[in-house]
Design a protein around this ligand. Sequence first.
Ligand code: TYD
Length: 136
Amino acid sequence: MEITECKLIDLPKIQDPRGNLSFIEGGKHIPFAVERTYWIYDVPGGQTRGGHAYTNLHECIIALSGSFDVVINNGKETKTISLNRSYYGLYVPPMIWRSLENFSTNSLCLILSSAPYSEDLYIRKYDDFLKQTSGI
Ligand code: TYD
């Protein structure tokens, strides 16, 4: 998987003096239908979440509040994307190793996912990921 397949998506933003509003429609603003949503919160300083890849799962990662870094790796290249606006979504396709780091206090990470939770979709060992990306 090319790392350039991970794309920052500029989500709709309705600006209003009463407060802004953003939204997502599955299959329209993000390139997959949403089957599951989960969120990560109350992350203690210095902790890292993620640290795995998915075989066949697409996701969109949003910093609804605060900020954090998404470190993505395709077995060859690594890139760090800082998310700190609730109207940006980071699209991550299958077969990208990703971890979430550097969470600010009170940050809230929303993840939209193309599949229900299943441990079968995870690659949890980086060595296994490297083997699969190099085709060995
Ligand atoms: P995991 O995806 O490993 O978290 P992270 O990658 O952020 O460190 O999930 C942690 C635990 O939560 C794991 O035991 C599975 C469970 N879980 C669910 O039951 N449903 C879900 O939708 C998710 C994402 C995790």
